[in-house]
Write a new protein. Structure first.
Length: 190
């Protein structure tokens, strides 16, 4: 990759900083693609691929807009993401059966939590501008509202439970992110 980056830098006259940003972006894309591929293979082999798709789509949409907990190493991120998806797909739907009215109430609580807390990231230092925050909050409300409408129309659909639990887990991790940030800040001071 170094040879490729050197060739790109020489060919297009990019600065060292621009090359670093390109390298970081390519690495992040490769890491995310590899995680999606690993998870796809696992859930396909376990017969839960459709549930995986119903879980990963809202996860990507929510995380890209409202942030959340991030890890510095690939393996930690891989293990946390796997545990997150496995819990949303396999554990919570079997462990906690809910009536549609309870799902609506929980989705309302998630929407309020995401609106108040988001966007927030454990590692992001720069605060987003007000226009971005407002847009991200509105998009999050639309996504959660859309899922509530789907649950209303297709309440017996088991695949929607994976989306529901993904939103619940996202709201929980988003809600604890400010406390984790505070702990991280105080650890740096000590």
């Amino acid at each position: 990759m170094d040879a490729l980056m050197q060739k790109v830098q020489n060919e297009f006259g990019y600065s060292d900083r621009e090359i670093s940003l390109i390298r970081y972006s390519l690495t992040a894309i490769c890491y995310d693609f590899s995680k999606i591929l690993i998870f796809s293979i696992f859930f396909y082999c376990t017969g839960k691929f459709i549930q995986f798709l119903f879980a990963v789509v809202p996860l990507i949409l929510l995380r890209s807009k409202t942030g959340g907990i991030h890890f510095k190493t690939y393996l930690r991120c891989l293990f946390f993401s796997f545990a997150y998806l496995y819990t949303a797909i396999n554990i919570l739907p079997a462990l906690i059966p809910l009536q549609p009215w309870a799902i609506y109430l929980i989705l309302l609580l998630c929407a309020v939590t995401d609106y108040i807390v988001g966007p927030n990231s454990l590692n992001r230092k720069a605060k987003k501008d007000d226009a971005y925050i407002k847009k991200a909050r509105c998009q999050t409300l639309l996504l959660i509202g859309f899922l509530a409408m789907l649950v209303f129309l297709f309440s017996a659909n088991e695949f929607l439970l994976a989306s529901f639990w993904t939103i619940v887990l996202h709201s929980i991790q988003l809600a604890i992110t400010p406390k984790l940030k505070e702990v991280k800040y105080h650890e740096k001071l000590d």
